[in-house]
Write a protein that binds this ligand. Structure first.
Ligand code: 5GP
Length: 190
């Protein structure tokens, strides 16, 4: 029975967690479903509202905080809110699938605290902060300031890795995907 489980994938930005999450979702579309977060940041060119995020204005986001609609929320970057809606988790459970959350370290800790018995948390570790900076640069989505903010935050977030159930080191994406898949499979069978 997988409908009351939660899979949390967390990592510093740029560690490759989104690629790993996409891999899992593509491989197990009948079992897993991406948990679409709400955010106040602007959509990137290729992003679609309702698929990648529920993009919303800050006042809408704050109303939802006020109404206790979030399982967790964070100001992940200066002025930009991100959060997991309770309704999203329930929507996915109601389809009989398991939600996969791609969220930041603090948010992941909070969800894990709230669902200690029905969640697995996997921390994706970049091989080094230097490598992570290179990856973010080559992605080309960051300004000088946002790149620096993400790198600083990553160094801090690495210190939390021991709080999660498992750590997967992403030196090689294929291996990291396979390792994460094994953990998820074992969890879904448990
Ligand atoms: P990005 O702006 O690159 O899409 O995401 C920035 C960071 O916010 C990533 O680490 C991503 O995992 C995290 N994030 C996305 N959705 C949520 C959420 O609902 N809650 C929290 N706490 N972090 C999130």
């Amino acid at each position: 029975m997988s409908s009351n489980k939660i899979i949390i994938i967390t990592a510093p930005s740029g560690a490759g967690k989104t690629s790993i999450v996409h891999y899992l979702l593509k491989k197990y579309p009948e079992k897993l479903s991406f948990s679409v977060s709400a955010t106040t940041r602007k959509a990137r060119e290729e992003e679609v509202n309702g698929r990648d995020y529920y993009f919303m204005r800050e006042d809408e986001f704050k109303t939802k905080i006020h109404n206790n609609e979030f399982v967790e929320w964070e100001m992940v970057y200066e002025g930009k809110y991100y959060g997991t809606l309770q309704s999203e988790i329930e929507r996915i459970w109601s389809t009989g699938k398991t939600p996969v959350l791609d969220i930041d370290v603090k948010g992941a800790l909070r969800i894990h605290e709230q669902y200690p018995d029905c969640s697995i948390s996997i921390f994706i570790q970049p091989p080094s902060v230097t490598e992570l900076k290179k990856r973010l640069e080559s992605r080309g989505t960051e300004t000088t300031e946002s790149l620096a903010a993400r790198v600083n935050k990553a160094a801090y977030e690495l210190s939390f890795k021991d709080h999660f159930n498992y750590t997967v080191i992403n030196s090689n994406l294929q291996n990291a995907c396979a390792e994460t898949e094994q953990l998820v499979n074992a969890y879904l069978r448990s």
